[in-house]
Design a protein around this ligand. Structure first.
Ligand code: HEC
Length: 293
């Protein structure tokens, strides 16, 4: 695997920066400042954010350039929605300026949601559209920032942040619309996913790609990926303990026909052939697990 020297250099800078930050913070703590602001500052664990990631609640007060935007067909609410929001580009420029030093084509933005949903997308793709970080729903009752929609009888929590686009159709499933969002971070696409790439069998690369865009946001393989759903490969692969891959396919198409109150949404946008590709990839991965530690 090839890691660019620039990326390595950047990593070193971040390390240094984190060290400095920790030092600054402890010196700040010895200062006898009692203003409201310094109390609030101290409550924030700034050591967790670095130039490659940002906790959005930490910066909420600094998001001042709010606009009122309209999303004609919001895929989460299935309705026309109006939000108070900040252009995503402005958030990046102000708080994650390090992205300018990275190879945009190789950079993934990882959205971390409170419920463990961890979708990621090409950063270039997000910045190429009219993307926004929404802070509140204009239609919410006074005194309330958000309205929570219900899906299959369950209330979805949208707060504290929601990523929306004004120029992406709801039908384009290659765009992520993460809500309940708490953190964004940057990762090198090649590095993060290298461990999941099927190096030994190029006939399952298609399945890998499909898994990456449709499943990895919620499911980890070999401990890499989202945490909303269960890990699917380690220590035991789903292909080892389910009756058959056909059974897994049927589950993926209609999870609630298997489990009452199932938290996995039905996958309806992939056809049988695509699901077969995914299952062949999962079967391949069952033979490629990390060493037990
Ligand atoms: C929005 C998140 C989400 C996405 C996307 C998603 N899943 Fe799931 N999945 C879940 C959750 C949550 C569960 C646990 C369901 C439960 O038992 O309530 C689950 C359960 C499963 C299980 C059962 C695992 C077991 O043995 O308990 C399989 C298999 C599975 N998912 C496969 C897939 C595949 C393949 C895809 C992509 C085509 C996918 N999932 C996409 C959230 C997701």
């Amino acid at each position: 695997m090839k890691i660019s020297p620039l990326f390595l250099a950047l990593r070193c800078c971040i390390l240094l920066w984190v060290v400095c930050l920790t030092a600054c913070q402890s010196s700040q703590n010895t200062d006898q400042q009692t203003s409201q602001e310094s109390v609030a500052m101290a409550a924030i664990d700034t050591t967790k954010s670095d130039s490659m990631s940002v906790y959005l609640l930490d910066i909420k007060a600094k998001l001042t350039n709010l606009e009122t935007i309209v999303v004609n067909d919001d895929p989460v609410f299935h309705a026309k929605k109006t939000y108070r929001a900040v252009p995503f580009q402005a958030v990046m420029d102000q708080f994650l300026a390090a992205y300018k030093n990275l190879d945009l084509a190789q950079t993934q933005i990882v959205f971390e949601c409170e419920d463990g949903y961890n979708p990621s997308m090409s950063l270039a793709k997000v910045l190429d559209k009219k993307s926004y970080l929404a802070l509140s729903d204009v239609d919410a009752p006074t005194g309330q920032e958000w309205i929570n929609p219900t899906k299959e009888g369950r209330e979805m929590k949208i707060a504290p942040f929601y990523v929306v686009y004004t120029d992406v159709p709801a039908s384009d499933v290659s765009f992520k619309w993460p809500y309940n969002l708490v953190k964004i971070s940057l990762a090198s696409a090649s590095e993060e996913l290298a461990v999941l790439f099927p190096k030994e069998d190029d006939t399952v690369v298609k399945g890998f790609e499909l898994f990456k865009t449709n499943c990895l946001t919620c499911h980890a393989l070999n401990k890499v990926g989202g945490k909303m759903g269960p890990e699917l490969n380690y220590p035991k692969s789903v292909t080892e303990y389910w009756k058959s891959t056909d059974d897994i396919k049927a589950f993926v198409k209609a999870p609630s026909s298997y489990r009452h109150d199932c938290k996995m949404p039905a996958v309806t946008h992939l056809n049988d052939k695509e699901l077969d590709e995914i299952l062949r990839y999962l079967t391949y991965m069952s033979q490629h697990k990390p060493q037990k530690s």
